[in-house]
Design a protein around this ligand. Sequence first.
Ligand SMILES: Cc1cc2nc3c(=O)[nH]c(=O)nc-3n(C[C@H](O)[C@H](O)[C@H](O)COP(=O)(O)OP(=O)(O)OC[C@H]3O[C@@H](n4cnc5c(N)ncnc54)[C@H](O)[C@@H]3O)c2cc1C
Length: 393
Amino acid sequence: MKNNWDVIVVGGGPAGSMAAWNSAKGGASVLMLEKDREIGVPVRCGECVDNVLFPKSIKIEDKWIDTTINKIEFISPDSSNVKIKFKNTIGYILDRRVFDSDLAKYASKAGVTIKTKAYVHGLLVSDDGFVNGVKVNILGDEFELKSKIVIGADGVESRIGRMAGINTALKMEHIGSCVQAVVSGIDIEDDSIKLYVGENYVPGGYIWVFPKGNYSANIGLGILGKYSSSGKPKMYLEKFINEHFPNGSITNYVAGGVPATNFVDNIIENGIMLVGDAARTANPLTGGGINAAMHSGEIAGTCASNAIKSEDYSKKFLAEYVKIWTKFQKKPQEQSYRIREFALDLTNDDYNHIAKKALAISEEKRSLTKIFKIVIWRKPSLIFDVIKLFAGF
Ligand SMILES: Cc1cc2nc3c(=O)[nH]c(=O)nc-3n(C[C@H](O)[C@H](O)[C@H](O)COP(=O)(O)OP(=O)(O)OC[C@H]3O[C@@H](n4cnc5c(N)ncnc54)[C@H](O)[C@@H]3O)c2cc1C
């Protein structure tokens, strides 16, 4: 393996593959390093994507889709089930094992060299303070590999960012602690996602049931750090599964963190860019991070290849990535964050009240907009954010 690259990408998740792919498409020589044995494994994700942003990042292939969603059910603390049916597809539950692997294959087809079992544990830095390579252990052997640009796509823990002196430290209240089980042998609708809200299910978070087909589902929860402590997320999840799916079998358990913070623009330094969860791009309301990871990777990859062409790897040049990303992401992320803060104030009584009012609307006429209106009547303080959300300022 050669030891001089234009771009080295650390991490082979959706952000890393998109960054690597787009750097290579722009003509850069690219190496992507992934610490795990296999791209896409283990799957630490509910695998849910929407049908608006996701198709903008990539042409969807059937083999990535486990189920197609056109209904949402909100279940309130008193077990009222508010179902909303949509005329069109609103989202998908992916098979991320296949999806992540295919993204990496696209990158590889564009010329990216990929190494798995490649753990990056240090950065190389030039005398003038530019990151210019990585220290990596590949299959037990140590290497120092040079590059003009490093892209840190190493997920929520983002050791690469810290090594480069970029402060993306997350406060406790900005980390979503998630646990998820794949539960099989259960009878659920394959075109509907269920969201359980209220502190009797889980305080400071929500529970999701995402159908995977073949009588199985991803059932998980996320809790903000300040509401959580060691063992609690798993305890809430087990209680929920025992009560709601007593005959189901748990065939897989995963735990992981999600950044659930306000918009961050401190994501570059000389010779280095952060993308995806490493750049805190996930939606702070839902915890969904696949779309944003892909989009940030795409923008950063294009910027990296432009930097290579211009032979300028300075923070000043790489700021083009931050500029484009800010334009796209800042407002929606800030609004999601504010709505999340508002939602944390809702009590079980609020949720039950909202569900009761929503159920008074016939199923054919029920819509997200109408439910939103009910929420606003219950909590008028939200109105400013909602106006901003729809007016786009
Ligand atoms: C339980 C759970 C459920 C979720 N559900 C959803 C959902 O339904 N929908 C949604 O949109 N999002 C969901 N998310 C969030 C989503 O999974 C992430 O936002 C998304 O994967 C971020 O992509 P990424 O490429 O930035 O990071 P990751 O997918 O985390 O990829 C980072 C990669 O970097 C590798 N890596 C880390 N350190 C190093 C190193 N030092 N050297 C080499 N490689 C390294 C890791 O092994 C990993 O493969 C969920 C998260 C969790 C934890």
